[in-house]
Every structure is written in C-alpha cells, then in structure tokens.
Design a protein around this ligand. Structure first.
Ligand code: FES
Length: 142
C-alpha cells in the first residue's frame, strides 16, 4: 500500500482554501514545538455559520493536506460544529495518514479551534476554556 492515500496526495497537490481572509472574524495561529511548523487559519462567520475559511501553513505535506481537508469540513457549518472537529475526523476523511504524521493533523484541528476562540474573544462570547485545551502532543512524535 502506498504511504499516502490518493486523497492525501490530492489535497497536498491541490490544497483547497489556501490564502488569507483580509476581513476574517477569527484568526488562529498555532505551532508545533517539535517540528517548528506553523499554521494560520482564518474564518468568516455570519449568523453563527462559517461562511468562508482559508489557511496558510509553513508546514509539511501532511499539514497542508489536513488543513485543506479541515477547511472543507468546516465551511458552511455552524461554529459549534467546527469546534467539535477532531484531528481523527480529518484523518478519516483523508483515508488515513501514516502513524508518524498524525501529529500534523493535530495542527489543523488546533488552528480551527484557535480561530473559533479568537472569534469568541473578539465578540465577547462566553465559552468554557476547557474546550480550548491544547493537545499534549508529546506522544505524537517519533
Ligand atoms: Fe510538522 Fe507535519 S512535520 S506538521
């Protein structure tokens, strides 16, 4: 079996929603301390729905593929649903990732959550801080 699924290769080679939203309602930036990769996610929210989102990453191919898929999964969805998006769901939607690349998908999940948190903060919306705990990623690495 190939190391990467066709879907991973597709989203890596033709990433969706790459770029920046100048009028973003929420921006999340997260970094992976071990590999040094950085991810920035922009969301536009209207009436509680994510109407648009884009991402930029200084990251590996798996980070690009997982962020691309994450934007596809949250676009058009209620913001609460985006908050529930797990890296596992992103990996499943991509038909899997090699075990040593799972931590890259965590970066995508955390960028989405950071963007939602930024949106909540900017709009004075109350939330449970526990929902924004970052993963302990130590176990994700080789
Ligand atoms: Fe850093 Fe993939 S190796 S995000």
């Amino acid at each position: 079996m190939a190391l990467y699924s066709d879907k991973v290769m597709d989203h890596f080679q033709n990433p969706r929603n790459v770029g920046k939203l100048d009028d973003a309602d929420g921006i999340g930036e997260v970094g992976n301390a071990k590999c040094g990769d950085i991810m920035r996610m922009y969301i536009k929210v209207d009436n509680g729905i994510i109407t648009d989102c884009k991402f930029n990453t200084f990251g590996c191919g798996s980070a690009i593929a997982t962020s691309s898929m994450a934007t596809e999964l949250i676009k058009g969805k209620p913001i609460e649903e985006a908050l529930q998006l797990s890296n596992k769901a992103v990996v499943e939607a991509l038909d899997g990732l090699p075990a040593h690349k799972i931590h890259c998908s965590v970066l995508a999940e955390e960028a989405v959550r950071a963007a939602v948190k930024d949106y909540y903060d900017k709009n004075g919306i109350e939330y449970n801080p526990d929902e924004f705990q970052l993963h302990d990623c130590e176990h994700c690495h080789d």
